[in-house]
Design a protein. Structure first.
Length: 135
């Protein structure tokens, strides 16, 4: 049942993000920028280096944090989720900054920030209303 709920919530969030992006593109008169589906889509070399460093830092931090919390502070295990959310926000903000400063389409950063806000809102709603069940 968990995976069915998770899949349904994921599909709803994806459809909502797509709809909001479509509406924002039409309201702000933005043209669609073609991106690969499973690609990093780096803006420039500096963006690639910063994002690679952030991914490395987040991986190491999450491994150490999960080890410490699992073996020493089991009551604080929710801190892993908070760390993941912080790294997601950092990733989206870095992408939005580089889209705003270094591309021909600076309005794309509005879509990136909007997507981040929708994803964070969905995570908070799922946790707050315990939509995936008790935990």
């Amino acid at each position: 049942m968990f995976w069915l709920k998770f899949g349904l919530i994921t599909i709803i969030v994806f459809v909502f993000i797509s709809t909001v992006k479509l509406l924002l593109r039409s309201i702000l008169k933005m043209e669609k920028v073609k991106k690969e589906f499973f690609s990093f889509n780096h803006i420039n070399e500096l963006h690639r280096k910063i994002e690679k460093g952030l991914r490395t830092l987040s991986g190491i931090t999450l491994l150490i944090l999960s080890y410490v919390l699992l073996f020493y502070y089991e009551d604080l295990i929710y801190l892993i989720l908070i760390a993941v959310i912080v790294f997601i926000v950092l990733d989206y903000m870095i992408r939005a900054f580089f889209e705003w400063k270094f591309t021909r389409y600076p309005k794309q950063s509005i879509l990136t920030v909007t997507e981040m806000i929708i994803i964070l809102s969905a995570i908070i709603i799922v946790i707050e209303f315990k939509l995936l069940g008790p935990y």
